[in-house]
Ligand binder design. Sequence first.
Ligand code: PA5
Length: 469
Amino acid sequence: MSQSKVNLYYKNVTADVIGDEHGITRAQFDELAQKTEPIIAQVNRQRQAGRTPYRDLPHSRDYPAQVREIAAELKDKCEIFVVLGIGGSALGNIALQTALNPYMYNIDPAQRKGPQLFVFDNVDPAQLTSFLDWIADRLDTTYFNVVSKSGQTAETASQFLIIRQLLLEKYGPEGCREHIIATTDKKHGTMRKITDAESYRSLEVPDGVGGRFSVLSPVGLLSAAVCGIDIDSLLAGAADMDERVSRPEFKTNPAAVNAAINWHYYRRDKKISVMMPYAWALKDLADWYRQLWAESLGKSTDLDGKTVFIGPTPVKALGATDQHSQVQLYREGPNDKLFTFLQVKTFAGNVKIATPPDCAPELAYLADKEMSFLLNSEKLATEYALLQDKRPCLTVAFDEINACTIGQFIYLFEVTTSIAGRLFNINTYDQPAVELGKKATFALMGREGHEEMAEEIRPYSKFDADFLV
Ligand code: PA5
């Protein structure tokens, strides 16, 4: 396994760096340790009792073997691989692809080891028609992975029905069996019913693993393996982090320190958590993190039944791009944010900046410098500027971006979320607020049994002309 590591660096949230008003004092850090250590033990016990099955995914032998078998079968015949899914059934797939395959993967056959990959995690008709036009005469070599635990999700179900019809018209039921792979619940749900009735190949969404914790299961592993990502290293990286985030001692446990610092700031009016990768490859991991953090920690009721309306707001920014968009606010706006930078030591590629023309000597400082040096200097410069304004900054430092470090990062943030959930005293693993919107969509689309809700929504369905300007 690669020895590259992911580490959390937290000096720049301390009072020594940003002062007592906004920084964490040594005494406060000790209090955080005291508060969090019993929670580490509790989270470890929950895991031993089988209540957080996502924790065991890095150690599974069965899931990677099942995934590898399908990937091997597709190897010589699949030129386009399409994932249909949304939320936890798509964000991890997208994040792995962006992180671990080259920027031009889909465009340049020389830069890819697998088929082109498309992930449809929306129901935008213009987007889909454009794709369907393009794919019409490429269907022979296109394979679809429909990922839905329930099979009831309107977005995924509608895409699936469109694709199924397309395949049926062109190839008949045999074509559907050949071109569709379902990733769904082992026993229950609509997609399982269809999968069994129509005899699709299928992979399992493990029991008790919610979408946002499922990237290291077949949900995220199949598209990764098909597209040439080393899923063994990914899981080995997560397993390596498992040892670190299970450590009972607060100060040696990166997930505990990360969760406690986030919790500390939430309670001190820094309720916004900005994740800012300084690597294009990591930008979709920040999207994945947004869902993990928001759906897990945004809750109206705590574990004692008290109304709390709690939860940090995760924000995604990309360095250096958003320095020219957000940093003005981040420095001079309210001091209500905790920043988490993602920094990479060694990039997959590097390029030297060329010499400027004689007429532009003011650009000479750039000449002969590597672009990675510029990007990392910009990260440091932005962090330094924020620290001058007493804004707390964490850094997740990657030795390099590879399957092993991405596995470490994913697992670090999953367990950080579990520990943070206990600190916030909420149920980390449910998402009751998402359900009402799902039901309202059923009602608006005329699903049987939702007539009453359709009536309730009707007053909102038209713009009131008095308020239209
Ligand atoms: O994290 C979650 O649980 C959600 O984002 C789900 O993954 C998402 O709603 C899709 O659900 P399903 O897999 O049932 O289609």
